[in-house]
Ligand binder design. Structure first.
Ligand SMILES: *Cc1c(COP(=O)(O)O)cnc(C)c1O
Length: 354
């Protein structure tokens, strides 16, 4: 028997979440963002659940090639563009749309030998200071690219640092609106902007985390009203049960000491599975229809929960670490992070069913 831990991917929930997002954005088209192997879910497993998307946005060339080999014929966007000029051969061969964020990329495009012109997304740095051209140089860059024989069409692209906050898109949006006279197709909204800033939707949105059923803010309560569903459930089982007396400690570092007699259970899941080691005592774990609490330190392969109030729990009882019953954001918040990180960090050793 393998260890009882496994992740389950829910294609119908992806489909559902995509439909929810579609409702929010009117006529705009959707790039479903699948970087980091589909936020840890596995592009191969999930792309069909999202095949009603207008396009897929990825990071690495190999992710784009995988999608083509899987049979996706629609648009594919390289969110960070190409990393070297030689990548343009692959961009040409697989008909990918590339973002352009640095001047060296203009020369590379101009000098490339392509079978047909490519579509480019020109990145504007609207304040995040990560990638993109500054407001002062942007018009010139657009002008250069639009006049290149190797360029078919250009789209204005930018990215928000604070779309999960009220008013968080206002200042960058003003910079973007600077260029409305260029009448370029525009793509700026990420998940937070899709949900909370309607005036950012424009022609295409780039939806990531909401498709997987987690919150752009890292707080489940912020998205509860949209009824998004978890695309991944991480589950395992109880492999041991103990009774401890008051004054006994649990796990490495004896980080938890009981104040009263308790019934505790050992779960086959640890940080080597991608469960956050920083999750403290009190982090919720779903067991037999209710939230139980994590006790003490998370080990490499195991963690311990309090089942004092769950007399019916036995060895072999299923446990959900996050998923359809327990939002990944609720676990992440205890561990001082966001759902994004936990989903992306699911370890290779965890078998995945779908
Ligand atoms: C990751 C990413 C997105 C999607 O972000 P979410 O918050 O997951 O919706 C959109 N655009 C760019 C450029 C990204 O890197």
């Amino acid at each position: 028997m393998p260890r009882p831990i496994r992740a389950i991917i829910h294609p119908h929930n992806l489909e559902h979440n995509l439909a929810v997002i579609r409702q929010k954005i009117g006529q705009a088209k959707i790039w479903s963002v699948m970087k980091a192997d589909g936020y840890g879910h596995g592009i191969k497993r999930i792309w069909r659940g999202l095949k009603a998307s207008d396009g897929f946005a990825v990071l690495d060339l190999h992710e784009a090639v995988l999608l083509r080999e899987e049979g996706w014929q629609g648009p594919i966007l390289l969110l960070e563009g190409f990393f070297q000029a030689a990548d343009l051969v692959v961009i040409d061969q697989y008909q990918l749309t590339t973002s352009v964020h640095s001047r060296w990329q203009l020369a590379a495009i101009e000098q490339a030998t392509l079978s047909q012109p490519i579509s480019v997304y020109i990145k504007l740095n609207s304040g995040m200071n990560r990638l993109g051209f500054s407001v002062s140089e942007y018009s010139d860059i657009v002008d250069q690219l639009t006049h290149m024989a190797n360029v078919a069409n250009v789209t204005l692209m930018s990215h928000f640092a604070n779309s999960d906050l009220p008013g968080g898109t206002q200042v960058p949006l003003e910079k973007i609106q600077h260029f409305s006279s260029l009448s370029l197709p525009t793509c700026i909204a990420n998940s937070g902007a899709v949900l909370w800033h309607q005036n950012t939707h424009y022609d295409w949105v780039r939806a990531g985390i909401v498709l997987y059923g987690a919150s752009p803010s890292g707080k489940w309560a912020d998205i509860a009203e949209y009824h998004l569903k978890a695309a991944m459930t991480l589950q395992s089982e109880i492999i041991a049960i103990h009774h401890i007396e008051a004054g006994q400690s649990i796990g490495y570092g004896s980080k938890f000491t009981s104040e009263k007699p308790m019934r505790i259970a050992t779960v086959a899941c640890g940080y080597a599975d991608g469960y956050p080691r920083h999750a403290p005592t009190g982090t919720p774990v779903w067991c037999q229809g209710r939230r139980c609490e994590l006790l003490g330190a998370v080990s490499m392969d195991m963690l311990t929960i309090d089942i004092s109030d769950c007399p019916e729990v036995t060895i072999g009882t299923p446990v959900e670490l996050w998923g359809e019953n327990l939002p990944v954001d609720d676990v992440a918040q205890f561990a001082g992070t966001i759902g994004y990180e936990l989903l992306c960090a699911l370890a290779r050793r965890v078998p995945i069913d779908f």
